[in-house]
Design a protein around this ligand. Structure first.
Ligand code: UD1
Length: 421
């Protein structure tokens, strides 16, 4: 199993190119199931979750032509379509459940593995199933699989999500695009990957998806979608992570390929801890402060609040602040896996319920560490960059699920990092 060896401390300097967004690419790839004609998707990030989604779509019977130079794929429907999403693929990546809505609306049946829980929380799919049921899908759950079907076309309906869910919003939009009549979805997730990228992609292909309120979207079903070539947006969480890299290490970075307007909440917090930030079109220039200021309370929220996917990275940062900070996690019930590992580097953090008290002024000392999930792992990388001495981070396959060539990008800006197989 690969590990990273990082020798700190380093101050980063230079330019970083942000890769395509993983969380925008996944529902867009799932959407390719809705098409009879070919779909070309550009700027896909080279990460494991994307490979898994491509394998899943291929296993359904679609032909995938990769163009590695352009980071793009062409997905072509064949005559042999299956509607079975196996456990072996869905277990490693929860977004596998996003094929359920497209399969049922397009082919009127699907057998998809339940994704199961994961370390950060139980992560059920009840909102996905309830929304699709309202559109006319019938289903039963047997031996770990959702067996779903619909007798005729799915039919537009009014659905109010009881709680905001990114995946359930995406699944419901994808299913409604080819349903007959009008669907109204209320209390939707409005992450840019949905409200901006998935919506633009579908509408460019001829769908009729209109946001009529902050969290309300109306979809008029169409019969079919047109051939399309689409370039996905930059990765919001990768961009936020590199902003933290610059801030934590007194760094000086130019971060290219992401629209700063979409991460205002995060950039305002980084300004509050002392970072100097200038934004231009698709470019963020960020200089880390000599002394990092504490923040009384950060609470993770649905977009446009502070993202849970940057919680762990900000915790590493606040360990270096000049006083106590609190981070409250309100999206997932068990997302403090990184705390025990940060403590091994010297962090002083206590946890009570969903709140972490971070007691600042930490001089991290290199140590051997274990990755537990994608974002927790990158938080350990950030702390190791500014730690004195050598850190070894084990099980970095978690990082490979969502960060493209992170060691290459970090080496280029001055971090002493090696991958050891
Ligand atoms: C997506 C993101 C993930 C991010 C998360 C929250 C992708 C591929 N993944 O995950 O990186 O951390 O949004 O921003 O885009 N819930 C239910 N029942 C459901 C669905 C969700 O109870 O049917 C709960 C979840 O357990 C969680 C909360 O709702 O507590 C939010 O989850 P959701 O927004 O659905 O996250 P994902 O789509 O899985």
């Amino acid at each position: 199993m690969d590990k990273f060896v990082i020798k700190g401390p380093s101050k980063v300097k230079g330019t970083v190119d942000i890769s395509g967004s993983k969380n925008a690419s996944l529902p867009i790839l799932a959407a390719s199931i809705l098409f009879d004609e070919s779909v070309e998707i550009n700027n896909l990030p080279k990460v494991k979750d994307i490979d898994t989604m491509l394998l899943l779509i291929q296993s359904l019977g679609f032909k995938i032509k990769k163009n590695k130079k352009k980071n793009s794929v062409k997905i072509i429907k064949t005559k042999n379509i299956h509607t079975f999403a196996p456990y072996s693929l869905v277990k490693t990546m929860r977004a596998g459940i996003l094929v359920l809505g497209p399969l049922v609306t397009k082919f009127k049946k699907a057998k998809t593995s339940l994704p199961g829980g994961c370390l950060i929380g139980a992560r059920p799919i009840n909102y996905h199933l309830n929304a699709l049921e309202k559109l006319g899908m019938v289903y039963k759950i047997e031996k770990g699989y959702v067996h779903a079907s619909s007798h005729s076309n799915l039919k537009g309906a009014k659905i109010i999500f009881p709680k905001i869910s990114v995946g359930a919003t995406e699944n419901a939009i994808l299913a409604s695009v080819l349903a007959s009549g009008k669907t109204i979805l209320k209390n939707c997730a409005i992450e840019p990957e949905i409200k901006h990228d998935l919506t633009n992609f579908l509408n460019k292909a001829g769908a009729k998806v209109t946001w009529t309120g902050k969290r309300t979207v109306e979809i008029i079903g169409v019969k079919s979608l047109k051939k399309i070539s689409y370039t996905v947006m930059g990765d919001r969480i990768e961009c936020g992570t590199f902003c933290v890299v610059a801030t934590i290490s007194q760094g000086n970075l130019k971060i290219k390929g992401f629209d700063a307007k979409l991460i205002k909440t995060e950039l305002n917090l980084l300004k509050r801890v002392g970072a100097k930030i200038k934004t231009y079109k698709n470019l963020i220039s960020i200089i880390g402060p000599k002394k990092i200021k504490n923040i009384k309370l950060i609470e993770t929220k649905e977009y446009d609040g502070f993202p849970t996917d940057l919680q762990a990275q900000f915790m590493s940062l606040l360990c270096k602040a000049n006083g106590k900070s609190i981070i409250s996690e309100s999206i997932f019930e068990n997302r403090f896996m990184h705390v025990a590992e940060l403590r091994r580097l010297g962090a002083k953090i206590t946890i009570k319920n969903n709140k972490a008290n971070i007691f600042g002024n930490t001089n991290f000392q290199g140590a051997e560490l274990m990755s537990s999930d994608l974002r927790a792992s990158v938080a350990l990388v950030l702390a190791s960059i500014v730690a004195n001495g050598t850190s070894v981070i084990n099980r970095i396959y978690h990082l490979d699920r969502g960060y493209e060539s992170i060691e290459k990008k970090l080496s280029k800006i001055g971090v002493d990092i090696k991958r050891v197989s």
